[in-house]
Design a protein around this ligand. Structure first.
Ligand code: PGA
Length: 229
């Protein structure tokens, strides 16, 4: 299983030092932990790198040039970043599907595994949005590429509630089917209010792991979740 932590724009240097100092995982060997702090704290994570992979929260859609404030995939790779979250719903508000496809390509071309977030805005919405997000995100890369897709229903993120196992399975099966049709073999995560209290429900889903937000802000809660996964 995979557990990826998206810290978003939370915490500060002191908090991250505390997180890392207490990050002692007894996770089973087959749990891969990916930690995605804000760019400026990546170095703290790199310095103390223990049983986790280094992830970033975003990447530029272009390779190089006059793009003030952006960080390229080759820079992330240089630094030691192995995974990058792309197309999170909190960024999709000001990013087009096409730009997200470019970011996926930049990551793949530079040997970074993208964690592509897809999901419908509203509960019980039809599947057109997800279909479009998946097809576009995969449109610029070879189908042999290593890709993770995180199904994150926007309405569940930060809400404290998760969809039923049947609902998650329906959507993740759709995502797998779409990717398979294009020849991809992907891993699928679920994200949106993931918490240990929902694990018995989540374990009924056919998933490769989880993308967690709020849960990552407390190292003990996060580690407890990792141990139970
Ligand atoms: P949440 O966030 O776990 O706090 O709902 C998940 C995400 O946005 O990736």
């Amino acid at each position: 299983m995979i557990v990826a932590a998206n810290f978003k724009m939370n915490l500060n240097l002191k908090d991250y030092k505390h997180f890392l100092k207490n990050f002692n995982t007894n996770a089973s060997k087959d749990t891969e932990i990916i930690l995605c702090p804000p760019f400026v704290y990546l170095n703290e994570f790199k310095k103390l790198k223990k049983d986790f992979y280094l992830g970033a929260q975003d990447v530029s859609e272009v390779a190089v040039g006059r793009h003030t404030g952006q960080v390229s995939a080759s820079m992330l790779k240089d630094f030691g970043v192995e995974f990058v979250i792309v197309g999170h719903s909190e960024r999709r508000g000001f990013e087009l599907d096409e730009q997200i496809a470019n970011k996926v390509k930049q990551a793949v071309d530079n040997g970074i595994i993208p964690i592509v977030c897809v999901g419908e805005n509203v509960k019980n919405q039809d599947d057109a949005q997800i279909i479009n997000q998946v097809n576009t995100a995969l449109s610029k890369i070879e189908n042999s590429s290593n890709i993770i897709i995180a199904y994150e229903p926007v309405w569940a993120i930060g809400s404290g509630e998760i969809p039923s196992a049947a609902y998650i399975n329906k959507k993740t099966n759709l995502i797998k089917k779409l990717a398979k049709k294009l020849g991809f073999k992907i891993k699928v995560l679920y994200g949106g209010s993931v918490d240990a209290k929902y694990l018995s429900q989540l374990k009924k889903c056919s998933l490769d792991g989880y993308l967690v937000g709020g849960l990552s802000l407390d190292v003990n809660k996060f580690l407890n979740f990792v141990r139970l996964v």
